[in-house]
Design a protein around this ligand. Structure first.
Ligand SMILES: Cc1cc2nc3c(=O)[nH]c(=O)nc-3n(C[C@H](O)[C@H](O)[C@H](O)COP(=O)(O)OP(=O)(O)OC[C@H]3O[C@@H](n4cnc5c(N)ncnc54)[C@H](O)[C@@H]3O)c2cc1C
Length: 379
């Protein structure tokens, strides 16, 4: 039977949308071009407060490690280092986490088809009215869903077909290399390091349990040629990581240029990286995609029951009301940091961190104002 809603992409955003739609009784199919359990490049870090408030369990099998120390170093100068009395964050195994999300969607009644790629989109006046689904066995079928959810990641074909997202210019992308290292890593310590080995971006090491860390480097597209070299330079610069062995390297871009102008249009809704809802400073987007998917599902249910596609616009309004303020702040920070000359980066970061009264992961509106002003003065 034809799905009422087709969700393209079974990452966290697509699965969260599919699950919420199925729970509301809609006929929903989620298609994913990769096979179940596909490995995705990711830092795998999530904040404990958001993770728990979204209903995820710290004891779940996909949680690999807990983080209780966070530091930021800029050009060799430590600008922030804090040990937390409680757990600050977790590292999740992305393959297991995404598989869990897909399983939850299936348990709610969504059909999740792995190894199925959506293509051959036909749209009239921004309404996608035909989609070809090609399975890994080579068979193709056409579907005509009432509503299409683009949860298809950074290069969203759904977004481009619906006229919601243009192709990303290189300046709006960071290119990342990521791996997992094993050895004498500083347990529980997650760190961000800015310096010569991460031009236009940052290097990270996120604690992933005992003797294990998720590490990577993201750089601007102009510097993407020697990502392996940057990663090795970063690992060599860290006492505990230099002695570690690496798993295979994974490469993937992240969007860093800001939100798409509209989250909905015609019969289409964009969720997660497809809408570029990931944080413009950290680039983190796992839980952002989950949250957006659930919000989108709420408005889709209303639109289907009222048979009024115009109601989909409510998702745009609801998302901006919940996240627009913080997103704009992160975007201002992103732009200020990119404008700063390198020699001012460390003092600027120090000044910005010193403006935060409490924890940098729970900053309030006053902190935002002070940080924006500090960066503005230094820039
Ligand atoms: C190197 C790196 C490190 C990161 N580190 C972190 C981190 O530490 N913490 C964090 O929160 N976020 C991190 N992110 C960001 C995070 O991975 C994304 O924000 C998150 O995956 C977004 O989820 P999504 O569901 O929107 O998209 P995705 O997870 O990208 O899922 C989109 C899915 O759509 C599928 N797809 C695409 N086109 C089609 C098609 N035509 N047909 C069928 N399927 C299709 C893809 O195969 C993919 O599985 C990182 C990203 C990168 C690249």
């Amino acid at each position: 039977m034809e799905p009422e809603v087709l969700v393209v992409g079974a990452g966290p955003g697509g699965c969260a949308t599919g699950r919420a739609l199925a729970e509301a009784g809609l006929r929903v199919t989620v298609v994913e071009e990769h096979q179940r359990g596909h490995h995705k490049a990711c830092g795998e870090g999530v904040l404990a407060t958001t993770f728990k408030s979204q209903g995820f369990e710290p004891g779940a099998p996909y949680v690999m490690g807990a983080v209780d120390r966070f530091s930021v170093t800029v050009h060799g100068s430590c600008v922030y280092d804090r040990r937390y009395p409680d757990v600050l964050g977790y590292t999740v195994d992305r393959s297991l986490f995404d598989a869990h999300m897909a399983h939850e969607a299936e348990a709610a009644g969504a059909k999740v088809e792995f190894g199925t790629s959506a293509g051959g989109f036909t749209a009239t006046d921004g309404v996608i009215n035909r989609i070809a689904l090609r399975s890994s066995s080579g068979s193709t079928r056409t579907v005509r869903p009432k509503i299409v959810v683009g949860a298809d990641g950074v290069a969203s074909r759904v977004g481009r077909t619906a006229g919601l997202a243009g192709p990303l210019p290189p300046s709006d992308l960071a290119i990342c290399v990521q791996t997992v290292v094993h050895g004498p890593v500083d347990e529980g310590h997650s760190r961000i390091v800015l310096g010569d080995f991460a031009p236009g971006g940052y290097a990270w090491s996120f604690a992933r349990g005992p003797r294990c860390a998720n590490v990577g480097v993201g750089v601007d597209t102009e510097n993407a040629r020697d990502l392996r070299g940057y990663l090795d330079a970063f690992l060599g610069s860290q006492d505990d990581l230099s002695a570690c062995t690496k798993d295979e390297l994974r490469f993937l871009p992240v969007p860093c240029g800001g939100l798409v102008p509209r989250l909905t249009g015609g019969n289409t809704v964009l969720v997660g990286d497809a809408a570029r809802q990931n944080d413009p400073v950290s680039a983190g987007g796992i839980l952002q995609a989950v949250d957006a998917g659930r919000m989108a599902a709420g408005t889709i249910v209303n639109a289907v029951s009222a048979e009024d596609l115009g109601l989909l616009e409510e998702y745009d309004r609801v998302w901006r009301k919940a996240h627009g303020g913080r997103y704009s702040f992160s975007m201002r920070l992103n732009k200020a940091v990119r404008r700063l000359p390198l020699r001012l980066l460390a003092p600027a970061a120090k000044a910005a961190f010193s403006m935060v009264k409490g924890d940098v992961f729970a900053i309030g509106h006053d902190d935002e104002e002070r940080m924006s002003n500090a960066l503005g003065r230094l820039g």
